[in-house]
Design a protein. Structure first.
Length: 94
């Protein structure tokens, strides 16, 4: 049985809110320009999902996922140089 995308999103956000000291609330407070899609991607990255998993969960092509991560990095800090793995480190420590 397939789980609806909206239900999956609600479950992920709820788990992050409960398990990670209001992660999404703190993210929005620090980065008010984040969209729901950005927050969903942040949550999944914080949970440790790899690119292949993210593609499947978010139903995206690899190029689209790359662009989503790029936009997310820009919204988090457009002046910062985001080396490989820095986004994941930032979100895991947030």
């Amino acid at each position: 049985m397939k789980i609806s995308f909206l239900l999956l999103n609600a479950v992920i956000v709820t788990l992050i809110l409960v398990g990670c000291n209001n992660f999404t609330v703190r993210m929005v407070e620090r980065h008010p320009g984040l969209t729901e899609k950005d927050l969903r991607l942040c949550c999944l990255i914080k949970l440790g999902y790899e690119t292949l998993d993210l593609k499947d969960i978010l139903n995206l092509e690899e190029d689209s996922l790359y662009k989503s991560k790029k936009r997310l990095r820009q919204r988090l800090d457009k002046n910062r140089k985001w080396n490989k793995g820095k986004l994941e480190k930032y979100l895991s420590s947030f």
